[in-house]
Design a protein around this ligand. Structure first.
Ligand SMILES: [Zn+2]
Length: 195
């Protein structure tokens, strides 16, 4: 016991001396023992700092600014305001739960809860996700065109008063204007094009 106490004291003294030497070059402080534990603690928290860096990197990763690359046919519909042939679109008869996003910019447009069977040959929805869809008078001067609010991509047309659902609205949307993400799948980041 006595030996242990002596050894302990000797070690502590040696540390103090060593720390004093270390500190002498950069500080006039005569309390180097207080500095040592702080340095050790900093080293112990290095892994936590790594986690923070990872989170920071994720938060700082810039939102994509380039629209998704489109096939010529998708471009004809989304940019050229074209219409795909009826009854051939990949989502016309889809009944799975999930979200339909803009194929060009990933903005969420419709929920599968808003989809209904109209037998008109194109995917039909009786409402859009809040603020997702812009309505303009079509170039034909009669129909109402629907466009992605975020990127202005052409979606299709909207019709009222047909009596399909309680809401009495039918968004008639080209499958190629959208991309479907099943429920539980993370949605892609929305492309915000720089003006
Ligand atoms: Zn869009």
């Amino acid at each position: 016991m006595q030996i242990f106490a002596n050894n302990h004291k000797a070690t502590a003294t040696a540390l103090l001396v060593l720390a004093g030497i270390t500190m002498a070059g950069c500080s006039n402080s005569n309390r180097p023992a207080l500095t040592e534990p702080v340095q050790v603690k900093a080293a112990e928290t290095t892994p936590a700092k790594g986690d923070t860096d990872d989170m920071t990197a994720a938060n700082e990763s810039p939102a994509p600014t380039e629209y998704n690359k489109l096939t010529p046919d998708e471009e004809r519909i989304i940019v050229g305001k074209g219409t795909e042939r009826p009854f051939v679109g990949e989502y016309t008869d889809l009944h799975d739960a999930g979200t339909f996003v803009c194929r060009r910019c990933n903005a969420p447009l419709y929920s599968s809860k808003q989809k209904f069977e109209s037998h008109c040959g194109w995917p039909s929805f009786d409402d859009e996700l809040p603020g997702a869809v812009r309505k303009d008078l079509d170039l034909d001067g009669m129909r109402t065109e629907i466009l992605c609010e975020n990127c202005g991509g052409h979606l299709g047309h909207v019709f009222a008063g047909e009596g399909f659902t309680k809401k009495n609205i039918r968004h008639c949307v080209n499958s190629k204007s959208m991309k479907f993400y099943p429920e539980g799948t993370p949605l892609p980041p929305v492309v915000k094009k720089a003006e």
